[in-house]
Design a binder for this molecule. Sequence first.
Ligand SMILES: CC(C)(COP(=O)(O)OP(=O)(O)OC[C@H]1O[C@@H](n2cnc3c(N)ncnc32)[C@H](O)[C@@H]1OP(=O)(O)O)[C@@H](O)C(=O)NCCC(=O)NCCS
Length: 150
Amino acid sequence: MSLLIREVPATDIPMELLLLADPSETRVRTYLSVSRCFVASSGGTVVGACVVQPRGTDAHELMAIAVHPAHQQSGYGLRLLKWVIEFFRNAGARQLEVGTGTFGYQLAFYQRHGFRVTSIDHDFFLKNYPEPIFEDGIQIFDMLRLTLRY
Ligand SMILES: CC(C)(COP(=O)(O)OP(=O)(O)OC[C@H]1O[C@@H](n2cnc3c(N)ncnc32)[C@H](O)[C@@H]1OP(=O)(O)O)[C@@H](O)C(=O)NCCC(=O)NCCS
């Protein structure tokens, strides 16, 4: 299925999609207004979204990437990630960072496309979220920080 990916104003990005990647709406709202937002549509329906925040002159951080549950595991997330990597490469970025949990399929998702682990933020999810966060029934405490160097 064809996928149209485009940059949109922060007001046009569906919050329910971003909450799949970052469960705190308060946190999402703090970075949304200072980030660049992208949506992926298939057949006129928004199926995925991603938010990227500038970090200095030539670095950026992928703050959230998500595909609607009804459309997951159809290759859209991968296409959106690759598109965003190329978008910032063409914009002259030297690196793209992302923070994620210490286990789960998301780790392979990023590392398969060139992201390498650069540090661990211990207790990040404990300190920054009001509710415990679970993945596969296991509570996530620490954030792994990964970096793609262009
Ligand atoms: C992460 C996410 C954006 C991936 O998008 P997607 O469209 O489902 O992924 P794709 O179909 O492009 O698949 C990409 C890879 O992830 C794997 N994958 C995706 N969902 C998976 C799942 N639930 N379980 C195991 N593997 C999964 C695919 O098998 C594929 O692996 P491969 O490259 O080895 O073939 C999507 O699953 C999502 O929105 N998850 C919830 C939000 C989230 O966790 N965001 C990331 C925050 S760090």
